[in-house]
Design a protein around this ligand. Structure first.
Ligand code: OAD
Length: 245
């Protein structure tokens, strides 16, 4: 296995669970309390924009209070210190990778701190306060069409072409804290395998697609991610010593 090529990391809600943001499909998860069809689909927004915005405003509040945990920080350290490239593709709409210090991040499901105009499609940073039902688009001035810049069920995730290129060129694919139940992200492990990458799952429990990975480790992200990052850095250090000799 070459050591200095690209590591691609897919992250999901389990990575931010210990930062207090909750997961979706576990017992007491977000989708056990809210009907996703009402709050996370274009149809749900069209039927009742206030209900949908209330849900995201509540989550924006939670996200603003959350801080990165040791797993986010370990991934930032990996990007800073690993002798090859490290790219994160996240399904999470929080900004905890950025807050931890990672730079190469693809937000395939959008970001809760950004707003999108449903009318003209303009997206913009909107990190504070609430999104009001009657707010006006700063670009087209249309009122009442502002929504969070997040990808809903039935919508196309962002940057799929770029993600495909990153998968095709990685030697190691690591999936962290995701149940593997939402496509296309759930299919990335197979794409990475086909591209010749070694595939690793780090999750609290075996995910729906666990058998597709070459290697799997179970535990809390705050414990197993720093440990796995230490292992990668250790292997890289040994390989570098061999190169120097
Ligand atoms: P899920 O809620 O489906 O899965 C979270 C996974 O994290 C589960 O497999 C848990 O076992 C695991 N987990 C929980 N706590 C953990 C911890 N402390 N450490 C490690 N793992 C832990 O969340 P996602 O897979 O991210 O999309 O969900 C994917 C998409 O479905 C989300 O982006 C969202 C959701 O509906 C949209 O809203 C469009």
């Amino acid at each position: 296995m070459p050591l200095y090529d690209k590591i691609l990391i897919l992250t999901g809600a389990g990575l931010s669970a210990e930062s207090g943001l909750g997961t979706f499909r576990e017992e007491n998860g977000i989708w056990s309390k809210y009907n996703f069809e009402e709050v996370a689909t274009p149809e749900g927004y069209a039927a009742d924009p206030k209900r949908c915005l209330d849900f995201y405003n509540m989550r924006r509040d939670l996200h603003h209070k959350a801080t990165p945990n040791t797993a986010h920080k370990a991934l930032a350290r990996l990007e800073a210190e690993y002798p090859g490239e490290v790219v994160i593709v996240t399904q999470n709409i929080d900004s905890l990778h950025e807050a931890a210090g990672s730079h190469r991040i693809i937000h395939m499901h959008g970001q809760i701190d950004r707003v999108k105009c449903n009318d003209c499609g303009t997206t913009y940073d909107y990190p504070y306060g609430t999104i009001e039902v009657n707010s006006i688009c700063p670009s087209c001035n249309v009122q009442g069409q502002q929504r969070p810049d997040v990808v809903w069920f039935g919508e196309m995730p962002y940057d799929l072409d770029e993600i495909q290129k990153e998968i095709d060129s990685c030697f190691l694919f690591i999936s962290i804290g995701t149940s593997g139940s939402v496509y296309p992200a759930a299919g990335f492990v197979n794409m990475a395998r086909k591209a010749g990458a070694h595939t690793v799952e780090l999750n609290l429990e075996p995910s729906d697609g666990a058998v597709q990975f070459h290697e799997a480790h179970q535990g809390k992200a705050t414990e197993i991610v720093p440990r796995y990052v230490d292992k990668l850095m250790h292997e890289a250090a040994i390989a570098q010593k061999k190169v120097v000799r």
